[in-house]
Design a binder for this molecule. Structure first.
Ligand SMILES: Cc1cc2nc3c(=O)[nH]c(=O)nc-3n(C[C@H](O)[C@H](O)[C@H](O)COP(=O)(O)OP(=O)(O)OC[C@H]3O[C@@H](n4cnc5c(N)ncnc54)[C@H](O)[C@@H]3O)c2cc1C
Length: 510
């Protein structure tokens, strides 16, 4: 009898021992990339805990309400919703329960200094037809230009955006061979501005298409012409507006993550990533070490090295890449409605080249800046009181290198009000009944993003994609990186992709 019990106990012990506990993973930061990585890793059977310094998820993708107005605080343009949809698929949850969105038929309304206006339509043929009419060019010139943008995207997207650029296997693929064979169609040796001038030969259209460099915080007069693939994303895949506003991207992913078992600890700043024999083994919080099998940093890569990995040599060449642009935003409650405005509106500067010279070379803001206005109450009327509109008024500015921001903000506010009053034929100042601002200093302090840059490093040189920090670190095992400051970088869709790349790297490593 005793022998049987003994055998049973021993076999139970070995069964428990054999049944491996799930790997536990710490994610530093609940930005959109951190949320994407958390959902994917938890869905793969890992045990994920997300540590966030703020009291809320989403990092830059957050919102606030004041005096009856609701404002999305950061991102306003939603493209490539398929990367959000994928997260519900991998978590095997119905997206409709959490998140929905509409496709916009007008992408953006444009206002030029000479009074020309143009509504960019989502349908490509309608777009080409109306652009040809407004700008006085051949429709075919536009169709050909858009077709070449598509070719660039088709040749590179799977290679540059969906895979780690820092793994040899990426280069031994059909996609890589095809891209290399067609390298001349990528136009990496001219700048976006030169390429657009050459292709379109129309000042306003060139300004229109140069603007897409700002989608990853770059300068059209420096960034390579491969960036002309960006309008393809907007034109081909469309632009969208989430029901309830951009913040619903964060909130729906946060709820999804919790529902599938991800644990969140807010108001918890990670102080150090703990390593042992060049292996990440946990994190330090409130001077206490917590052990994890894997650590993923969604924090900006510069503070990840400077603050969280003080004992490791930082990749100085990567970290010293010039930052992308930042933003100065005025959140205005406007006691009036403007039927000529839509969800997205651009008021161009007269001299784009000078404007970008100010941002990237003088690290300052020109007195005639391009002004972007996002008005969510156009699609979500509850975002503003009746007869009013919530204006998110944004100007591209340099990252924070210690400028006199109070002077820049006061001067830019005056310039923006006078520009908008002129182009909208209405004195704007008396209509502002609520106001607050966000600038590079506050972006930096709220999200720990180095210099308050919106997209990490800029893409102002042709090797920028290769100079972004990889999603892993060769010299520290079990440490991974996701978010706008690492590969593939940039806005929401690319941040979501970085979460995907990290989860694939982790699944292959175990
Ligand atoms: C004004 C503005 C406008 C933008 N417009 C667009 C747009 O229209 N479309 C678009 O696609 N993108 C846009 N972007 C860019 C987009 O917001 C970002 O690319 C994206 O949100 C970045 O996500 P992320 O996951 O990299 O992390 P972040 O949003 O930067 O979040 C990182 C998180 O990590 C946390 N963290 C950092 N360090 C620690 C630590 N030590 N311990 C714990 N937590 C830590 C931070 O608190 C933060 O919550 C805009 C950004 C801004 C600011």
């Amino acid at each position: 009898m005793h022998a049987i019990v003994f055998v049973l106990i021993v076999s139970l012990f070995y069964t428990i021992k054999k049944k491996k506990l799930p790997q536990n993973i710490a994610i530093v930061g609940a930005g959109i990339a951190g949320l994407a990585a958390a959902i994917r890793l938890q869905a793969m059977g890992k045990k994920v805990v997300v540590f966030e310094a703020n009291s809320y998820p989403g990092g830059k993708l957050t919102a606030f309400s004041e005096k009856g107005y609701r404002f999305d605080m950061g991102p306003s343009l939603f493209t490539m919703p398929q990367y959000v949809e994928e997260l519900f698929d991998v978590a095997r949850q119905p997206m409709a329960k959490y998140f929905s969105y509409i496709r916009k038929s007008v992408i953006c309304n444009y206002f030029f200094e000479d009074g020309t206006t143009f509504s960019a339509l989502a349908d490509t043929n309608d777009f080409a037809k109306s652009a040809a009419k407004v700008f006085g060019v051949e429709e075919q010139t536009l169709i050909d230009y858009l077709e070449r943008n598509k070719t660039k995207y088709d040749l590179t997207a799977r290679l540059f955006l969906e895979k780690s650029l820092h793994k040899f296997s990426t280069y031994f693929s059909k996609d890589a061979i095809k891209a290399i064979a067609n390298i001349s169609s990528l136009d990496i040796n001219s700048t976006l501005a030169d390429y657009n001038t050459h292709s379109l030969n129309n000042e306003k259209l060139v300004q229109f298409f140069n603007r897409f460099a700002t989608y990853n915080g770059s300068d059209p007069y420096q960034t390579p012409a491969i960036m002309s693939m960006i309008p393809h994303l907007e034109q081909h895949f469309g632009t969208y507006f989430p029901k309830g506003g951009m913040h619903q991207i964060t909130m729906s992913l946060f709820t999804l993550a919790k529902d599938i078992g991800v644990e969140f600890q807010f108001d918890t700043k990670v102080e150090e990533i703990i390593t042992e024999k060049n292996k990440a083994i946990g994190i330090r919080i409130n001077n206490e070490i917590k052990h994890f099998n894997i650590v993923v940093s969604n924090a900006d890569v510069v503070p990840t090295y400077r603050a969280l990995l003080p004992k490791h040599k930082a990749p100085e060449k990567v970290l010293s890449q010039p930052r992308s642009s930042s933003a100065l935003i005025f959140y205005w409650g406007i006691e009036h409605t403007f039927p000529q405005l839509d969800l997205h509106n651009i008021f161009f500067s007269k001299d784009y080249k000078t404007e970008f010279n100010y941002i990237f070379n003088h690290k300052n803001v020109h007195n005639d800046p391009t002004v972007y206005i996002n008005i969510t109450s156009k699609d979500e009327p509850a975002d503003a009181p009746d007869g009013c509109e919530c204006w998110f008024v944004m100007v591209n500015v340099p990252s924070n290198t210690g400028q006199d921001w109070d002077e820049i903000i006061a001067r830019t506010r005056t310039n923006v009000i006078s520009k908008l009053s002129k182009l909208l034929n209405k004195d704007i100042e008396p209509l502002i009944v609520y106001e607050s601002t966000l600038d590079p200093r506050t972006i930096e302090s709220k999200t720990q993003s180095y210099q308050g840059a919106l997209y990490g490093a800029s893409s102002n040189n042709k090797f920028a994609a290769f100079l972004r920090h990889p999603n892993f670190k060769r010299s520290i095992e079990n440490l991974y990186f996701c978010g706008g400051s690492v590969h593939p970088g940039g806005g929401i869709p690319l941040c979501l992709l970085s979460g995907k790349i990290v989860s694939e790297l982790i699944s292959k490593s175990v």
